[in-house]
Design a protein around this ligand. Structure first.
Ligand code: ADP
Ligand code: MG
Length: 547
């Protein structure tokens, strides 16, 4: 129970069982949760980063080094740690890459803030300093960026995102495929990634992945006797069940003699027959139905030589609309030839153990499908995550036309500029700006560490190299400082911008908290044995109950 003092009288305002942490205790707890979270993903950063194996309650495993995937699978409970998970998710949504970077920068900002708090610097001062530093950092980042979105640059950006992600053997063909896909769906400088559909199928090497201009559905025709291939397809899209509607649950029909029964069945048959006739009249020879199709309807459709697929996903229906020009009909009565779409060919094909339907040669080719192969389920899944990152960075580059060098180069350059900037600021905010500079350097430091290089030596060398050229970064394969632009390690400007921005915002939000109030019954943590995780990493455990 919280009590408000005052003239000897005590007022109880919080219910019993509520726990509460105040001031430095709250900050300390939140900072260590954030740091612990960053500590978990930091070993995965960069091409030489390690993978993690995550096992869920059902025993299913995921092997990955994708930051956001790790955090999503981990089922994190601590409120401050959750805020960093949000940073990763925002990064994923906005750019699709740079999730680990964003989280480790946020963790490092918190760690540096902790040092400043120990020196009795007020959290508000730190927050103000961080804010100024973040604004300045973005300005510097702008000045470092290069304008480019030609195919060559896009290929480099795609390859940088996939380096060290289980796609090594096929990085070049995959990059080529990704850039082709993005360029094909680009419209007025915008890329809608929903128009790129990925089908992941195991059983072949990554090299055998392919791009299909059109839509690919992960299912086959409703009945085997329907044609396997249709040329010059006239396509109907239905969001209407080709079934006799179920009777209302409370409706009862009393049939008294067999003739009535027969009449009833005949009537149902007639209804199905009418629906199929409606489709025939429209001139459609292919039907994609978002709902079910019952056996009798399938039988009639097959007899008329019409291909039908049932229970097609909504997202696929949208892609089909776009690609074929068809209009989705919600009542079969309304179907006319005007609503049909077209495709040069629609056919079914089995790849490994997956039956797929291809819709190709569409009037609007602004929908593409990528068939991604991987030798096993887990390999294919990790390849898909790498490809997803690469699609994100290529799309961002097409949209913004701005790139920066990678390998820690921008972080070093920004840190250097921030230190110079800090010198111009009076008061204690200066210390926070310098701390921000140091926090950004966690990126090159971690790249060095994960590549087995000496952090201090690498940093000394990098800083010296930056006296001359701001593209100098760490080539983790050669273990030396090189010009990353010349080494073709290139990332979109947006990846870095978003990472710095959201890391700074999350750190600021966490630092501002000086009172944590958890209602009774907030569940205790269960993070048994997770390395680097302090007690209380889970729920708000570790918080003393209010006396
Ligand atoms: P994130 O989830 O942040 O994208 P990654 O594991 O993909 O994490 O690592 C990204 C970092 O690796 C970036 O800083 C990028 O510049 C760097 N990087 C990529 N390729 C190379 C390379 N060949 N040499 C050095 N650094 C690289
Ligand atoms: Mg990445």
């Amino acid at each position: 129970m919280a009590q408000l003092g005052g003239q000897g009288q005590q007022i109880i305002i919080l219910p019993e069982g509520t726990s509460r942490l105040l001031g430095r205790d709250a900050q300390r707890m939140n900072i260590s949760a954030g740091k612990a979270l960053a500590g978990i993903v930091r070993t995965t950063l960069g091409p030489k980063g390690m993978d993690k194996m995550l096992v869920d309650g059902m025993g299913d495993i995921v092997v990955t080094n994708d930051g956001v995937t790790i955090l999503r699978e981990m089922d994190i409970d601590h409120p401050a740690a959750k805020m960093l998970v949000e940073v990763a998710k925002t990064q994923e949504d906005e750019v699709g890459d740079g999730t680990t970077t964003a989280v480790i920068i946020a963790g490092e900002l918190l760690k540096k803030a902790e040092d400043l708090l120990e020196e009795e610097i007020h959290p508000t001062t730190i927050v103000m300093g961080y804010r100024r530093a973040a604004a300045k950092a973005l300005e510097v980042l702008d000045s470092l960026s290069m304008n480019a979105s030609d195919r060559g640059t896009l290929l480099k950006v795609a390859m940088t995102a996939m380096t060290g992600k289980g796609t090594e053997t096929a990085r070049e063909p995959l990059a080529d495929l990704i850039v082709t896909a993005v360029q094909q769906v680009e419209e007025d400088g915008e890329v809608d990634k929903d128009n790129i559909n990925i089908q992941r199928i195991q059983g072949a090497t990554v090299n055998e992945s392919e791009i299909v201009s059109g839509v690919v559905l992960d299912k086959g025709r409703a009945e085997q006797s329907m044609p396997k291939k249709v040329k010059n397809a006239r396509i109907a899209l239905l969001k209407y069940p080709l079934e006799v509607k179920d009777l209302e649950t409370d409706a009862k029909i009393k049939l008294t003699d067999p003739a009535q029964m027969q009449a009833f069945i005949d009537q149902e048959e007639q209804m199905i027959r009418d629906m199929v006739d409606k489709i025939l009249d429209s001139g459609a020879n292919v039907v994609f139905c978002q709902k079910g199709i019952d056996d009798l309807a399938q039988h009639y459709l097959a007899r008329e030589g019409i291909v039908a697929l049932k229970r097609v996903r909504k997202s696929d229906m949208l892609r089909l609309e776009k690609a074929t020009g068809a209009k989705t009909i919600t009542n079969i009565e309304d179907l006319t030839s005007d609503d049909l779409g077209e495709a040069g060919k629609v056919y079914e094909k089995k790849i490994f153990d997956e039956v797929l339907t291809f819709i190709e040669e569409c009037p609007d080719p602004k929908a593409v499908s990528v068939i991604l192969r991987g030798s096993t389920k887990h390999v294919a899944a990790e390849v898909e995550r790498a490809v997803d990152d690469a699609l994100g960075v290529v799309a961002a580059t097409v949209e913004d036309g701005k790139v920066v060098a990678g390998g820690g180069a921008p972080e070093i350059a920004i840190a250097k500029a921030l230190r110079e900037y800090a010198d111009t600021i009076s008061g204690r905010e200066q210390l926070a700006i310098s701390a921000f500079a140091e926090a950004l350097e966690v990126v090159p430091k971690t790249l060095a560490e994960n590549a087995g290089l000496d952090q201090i030596d690498s940093m000394v060398e990098l800083r010296a190299a930056h006296e001359k050229n701001h593209h100098m970064g760490l080539d983790v394969f050669q273990g030396e400082v090189t010009n990353m632009k010349n080494a073709n390690v290139i990332e979109p400007h947006r990846v870095k911008k978003q990472a710095i921005q959201s890391a700074a915002e999350a750190a600021e939000m966490i630092l501002r908290i000086d009172d944590m109030i958890a209602s009774a019954g907030v569940k205790e943590p269960e993070m048994g044995g997770m390395e680097g995780m302090p007690p209380g990493m889970g729920g708000m455990g570790g918080m003393p109950p209010m006396m």
